[in-house]
Write a protein that binds this ligand. Structure first.
Ligand code: MCA
Ligand code: AMP
Length: 504
């Protein structure tokens, strides 16, 4: 039986006794043991009645067991739907309902809060704790360590990753086995991963960066991974001597640079540092080189497309750019209305076509159509230009999106909540420079005439609905929002006005 993704990423390691994961407590997980556990999990998933094509939603702490759920889903053909651990039950309810997930895995501590979510969406609920225990793990004990791999081809769906939207409603990006596999193959080659590598991994595993880029590349190359439960500078510095490569968002790099223990000596043996998910400031790139002698390799991707472009491994890694289209990926900079390529050097919207590009948004055919050109190019909503040497520069975003510490926040989602609050006439949510997260969220509120909205009550209401990282770091009141002659709110003017608000 064939299962394209399982056969490429996992099956070759079924008898691999080498170390896959090095854990924070000094423990290790071999490839072989990891895959035996994943097979037991696949047995539980099918015992729960899920069949290939069903969805399994997972909101659990990062752990080897959490990663084994991904492997179990690929093997059983069940669509893996990982969720940010910061999401509130209100947010999880939407994802479970929208995806029609049949099984929800959560941390034991959130089981009470999510019991109702599962019940109202007719999903089963099981727990998987950070230490690998919980009802799901218990159910796996004694299960066979082998599993009849579900037959899947490259066009079959492997994962749903939800991305927010400019309308405020999240969309489930449907990723096929081929989307994931083609990108992993490309990246292993482009970034020269081999089984000798040791990847320092401190990213969450519920997003493309930490899961597909980092883990699929590791699995495909057969390297080992220092698998840290979360980011902290001490652990990164402590583990750096044992690593050869690292992947991170820009905040990882700025925080490392803020620590005097992070030196050229500590990193002299390292082969590669990769950055992505948010713009890496040219000054960070330069400071990193000055401190360590390494030039960070910046790449550019999206949930819907996996990785699109990368600075070269051998050639010049140009600060402030995201490099060249990856092999097999077509990238053009186009005129936003027509999709016609702009003249070299001009700014346009970045569009992408290739085997990496997703199949569409789950049950949103119109949204999907709107974001593709007739010739199959996907419109990213990022604005860019090509320089004279073919390097792509991202110069802004056509979409109203804030990227804070590598997490995306769509202002509309927060504005809809602000607008409902007592005494609020209207609102605008903007991203302004933040010393740690790159951008930070600010909520601008216009009170109803004669009313004085209560900021604490507003923040409490937001806290019940959306994850902390999406919540405004500050709320400010204005008598009115700046508008252009068409009546459109001028967020640029607000961003200028409040540019120092989170300066620290
Ligand atoms: C944490 N907080 C944040 C963020 N993270 N606020 C804004 N933006 C953030 N990113 C807030 C918390 O709510 C909390 O607030 C306080 O900061 C401390 O939280 P803590 O969990 O201790 O923070 P941390 O551990 O220091 O986390 C910062 C972090 C994390 C390590 C930078 O945000 C992170 O791991 N980011 C990576 C995201 C990522 O993997 N993105 C890839 C997306 P309070 O104290 O008020 O409660 S994939 C993607 O974008 C594409 C495909 C691509 O190209 O890769
Ligand atoms: P997401 O929807 O979480 O997958 O985020 C994708 C978005 O992150 C892209 O559309 C870009 O706006 C942004 N992004 C990813 N990598 C980079 C990068 N290296 N430089 C600038 N923006 C980036």
């Amino acid at each position: 039986m064939a299962n394209k993704l399982y056969d490429a990423l996992f099956a070759p390691h079924e008898n691999n006794t080498g170390t896959f994961l090095h854990l924070k407590d000094g423990g290790q997980v071999t490839y072989e043991a990891f895959l035996r556990l994943a097979a037991q999990f696949a047995n539980v998933i099918t015992d729960m009645g899920l069949v290939a094509g069903d969805r399994l939603a997972v909101q659990v702490a990062k752990s080897p067991e959490a990663l084994a759920v991904y492997a179990a889903c690929v093997r059983s053909g069940v669509i893996f739907l990982p969720l940010n651990t910061a999401y509130t039950p209100v947010e999880v309810d939407y994802f479970v309902g929208n995806s029609g997930a049949k099984l929800v895995l959560c941390d034991g501590a959130s089981a009470d809060a999510l019991a109702q979510v599962a019940a109202q969406n007719e999903a089963a609920l099981m727990t998987l704790d950070a230490d690998g225990s919980g009802s799901f793990a218990e159910a796996a004990q004694g299960k066979p360590t082998d599993f009849a791999t579900a037959e899947r081809d490259g066009g079959d769906l492997a994962a749903f990753l939800y991305t927010s939207g400019t309308t405020g409603r999240s969309k489930g990006a449907m990723l096929t086995q081929d989307n994931l596999l083609s990108n992993a193959r490309t990246l292993v080659g482009y970034w020269r991963f081999t089984s000798d590598d040791v990847l320092l991994h401190a990213l969450p595993i519920f997003h493309t960066h930490g899961l597909f880029v980092a883990m699929n590349v590791s699995l495909l190359s057969g390297c080992s991974v220092i698998f840290l439960p979360a980011f902290n500078v001490d652990d990164l510095i402590g583990n750096m001597p044992d690593a050869t490569t690292m992947m991170g968002v820009p905040t990882f790099y700025t925080r490392l640079l803020d620590d005097p223990r992070f030196t050229g000596e500590l990193t002299g043996h390292m082969r590669l540092f990769v950055s992505g998910s948010a713009p890496l400031l040219a000054e960070t790139h330069e400071a990193f080189e000055a401190r360590t002698g390494h030039r960070i390799l910046e790449r550019y991707g999206m949930t819907e497309t996996n990785m699109n472009t990368s600075n070269p491994y051998d050639g010049e890694r140009r600060a402030g750019t995201v490099g060249f289209p990856l092999p097999g990926v077509e990238v053009r900079v186009a005129e936003p209305d027509s999709g016609i390529e702009v003249a070299a050097g001009d700014i346009g919207v970045i569009e992408v076509r290739g085997p990496n590009v997703f199949k569409g948004y789950w049950q949103m055919p119109e949204k999907t159509r709107e974001e593709f050109r007739d010739d199959g190019f996907f419109i990213t909503g990022d604005l860019g230009r090509l320089d004279e040497d073919g390097y792509i520069h991202i110069v802004g975003r056509q979409k109203d999106l804030i990227i804070s510490g590598g997490y995306n926040i769509y202002p509309k989602e927060i504005e809809l909540i602000l607008d409902e609050q007592d005494g609020v006439l209207e609102s605008a949510v903007i991203g302004v420079p933040h010393p740690d997260f790159g951008e930070g969220v600010v909520g601008v509120i216009v009170p109803q005439p004669g009313k004085t909205p209560d900021p604490d009550a507003i923040m409490a209401a937001i806290n019940g609905e959306v994850a902390r990282f999406k919540q405004p770091k500050k709320l400010v009141m204005l008598d009115e929002l700046p508008r252009n002659t068409m009546g459109k709110v001028q967020k640029n003017a607000l961003r200028d006005q409040f540019s120092d608000l989170l300066a620290g």
